[in-house]
Design a protein around this ligand. Structure first.
Ligand SMILES: [Fe+2]
Ligand SMILES: [Fe+2]
Length: 465
């Protein structure tokens, strides 16, 4: 067992004095190796080692510092917030909420007018103006122009994006049900709007992400797929051992914890654990093997046992009996706050839809897909495709507030992007190529973990393959 004198001497040998708070912390932790790790992290010019040199320390409102375990605040998506799937009545509320909030973001940047006010009289014919609406339909004309039907709460109008105009490249990526603004002119007959510029509720160009004032590192993974015959158990155990030797405070897992059962025809032939309860038990045991000082934040994905419609609720109690206490269960999507750094976790099922709708998009560009979400300030813009959405009164898929980090999964291919200050991370998977992926020519990048230093927001990728 360590005592105060031993600790003080160990620091003196490194020519450092040590604050009593730090001594207390080391005694509480009871890990002699911690001293070396703290010394290694102390900047060269420091004389006294204080709380600020310890990972996991927090600063209170009045600026006093104290030592604590890593803490997680669930900003949105805590247990029980997803609500039931309602009848058709809520579609109206759902889309109104989407239009009002995303439209409001665009409106704050340019002055706009309702479509009805524009088309009602001759006054605005061929005058430049801006309208905002939800795209109810979009197609390419036989001449290669793009035409979108735009609807606001007052009326709707077809908007033409000519292929020889600057707005065309933005217009090529229009997805139905996204909210856009267009600047342009109404035709002389008042039946068509000619677009010159397209606005999205994009991130402001001067967006500056918050960085933690205190040390702390977070590890990002997804798509563990426990129970599958392609789950990489040896890679996982290398990862698990590596975490045990680390000083990382947080592990975030963005869905597809287990492989599930009956997800596709013939699925049972590719499972090593054929019982869903046992799959979660195995996953829980894996979590138990990780350091208990870490906070493990877990959200579900489309292979998990909860309903597929998003927002997906947290895993029910019956499946998490083996999970250790340091697990924090959240919904999909969910936003968590780690030392002031906000992370938006979303499994990423909508990437399937966006790849089908955005020209040139592919599965090996999940970074680009996260950028498309951020530009639209929406996690799943296209409604009624492969991503089932439970239409509540509020659109939970809207990206608001803006996070520092967007964490996705689902595609099983690593992608990292920084877009206007927001870091997008998709760490891949812990499953090697499945038969289905082979048929589809999908080449996963398994056994990777992305670590982010919360003080710099710089990501670093580690391989356990
Ligand atoms: Fe997956
Ligand atoms: Fe998935």
């Amino acid at each position: 067992m360590l005592d105060v004198q031993q600790i003080t001497l160990a620091f003196l040998e490194a020519r450092l004095q040590v604050h009593p708070d730090v001594v207390r912390y080391i005694l509480e932790q009871g890990e002699p190796e911690l001293i070396e790790r703290i010394i290694a992290g102390v900047p060269d010019h420091a004389i006294v080692v204080s709380a600020q040199h310890i990972p996991g320390m927090t600063v209170t409102r009045d600026g006093t510092r104290f030592l604590t375990d890593p803490s997680v605040e669930v900003v949105s998506g805590s247990a029980g917030t997803s609500g039931p799937i309602n009848g058709t009545g809520d579609y109206l509320h759902y889309f109104r909420d989407r239009y009002a909030r995303l439209g409001g973001m665009i409106r704050s940047r340019c002055s706009t007018m309702p479509i009805e006010a524009l088309t009602r009289s001759n006054r605005y014919r061929q005058e430049e103006c801006t309208i905002i609406g939800m795209v109810t339909e979009v197609k390419t004309t036989t001449n290669g122009h793009r035409i979108a039907e735009l609807e606001d709460t007052s009326a709707n109008i077809p908007v033409l994006f000519r292929k020889d105009r600057p707005a065309f490249s933005d217009a090529e990526r229009i997805i139905h049900d996204e909210v856009i603004g267009v600047k342009g002119k109404l035709s002389s007959d008042g039946k068509l709007f000619f677009a010159e510029l397209l606005y999205r509720p994009d991130i402001r160009i001067d967006n500056t992400p918050f960085k933690s004032e205190t040390p702390g590192k977070a590890v990002f993974i997804s798509d563990v797929h426990v129970g599958s015959d392609t789950f990489l158990a040896e890679s996982w155990s290398r990862f698990s051992n590596w975490l045990a030797d680390s000083d990382y405070s947080y592990l975030l897992i963005a869905g597809d914890l287990v492989d599930g059962i009956g997800i596709y025809p013939g699925h049972e032939n590719e499972l090593t654990i054929k019982n869903i309860y046992e799959q979660y038990e195995a996953f829980g045991v894996m979590m138990r093997d990780l350091p208990s000082r870490m906070k493990i934040i877990i959200s579900p994905g489309n292979h998990d046992v909860v309903r597929g419609a998003e927002p997906q609720p947290v895993l029910p109690d019956a499946f998490i009996r083996k999970f250790p206490e340091n697990c924090v269960l959240v919904e999909n999507p969910a936003m968590v706050n780690l030392q002031g750094v906000r992370v938006l976790m979303y499994h990423g099922r909508s990437i399937d839809d966006m790849i089908g709708l955005i020209p040139g998009a592919s599965y090996d560009q999940s970074g680009q897909m996260m950028q498309e979400m951020l530009q639209r300030r929406h996690l799943a813009p296209a409604y009624g495709r492969r991503t089932p959405i439970a239409a509540g009164r509020v659109d939970r898929m809207i990206i608001d507030p803006l996070p520092e980090i967007l964490h996705t999964g689902h595609v099983h291919i690593k992608g990292i992007t920084t877009y206007r200050g927001v870091l997008g991370i998709n760490a891949g998977t812990w499953q090697s190529q499945t038969k289905f992926q082979k048929q589809m020519n999908v080449n996963p990048t398994p056994a990777l973990a992305v670590v982010v230093d919360l003080q710099t927001l710089i990501p670093e990728t580690f391989s356990f393959a």
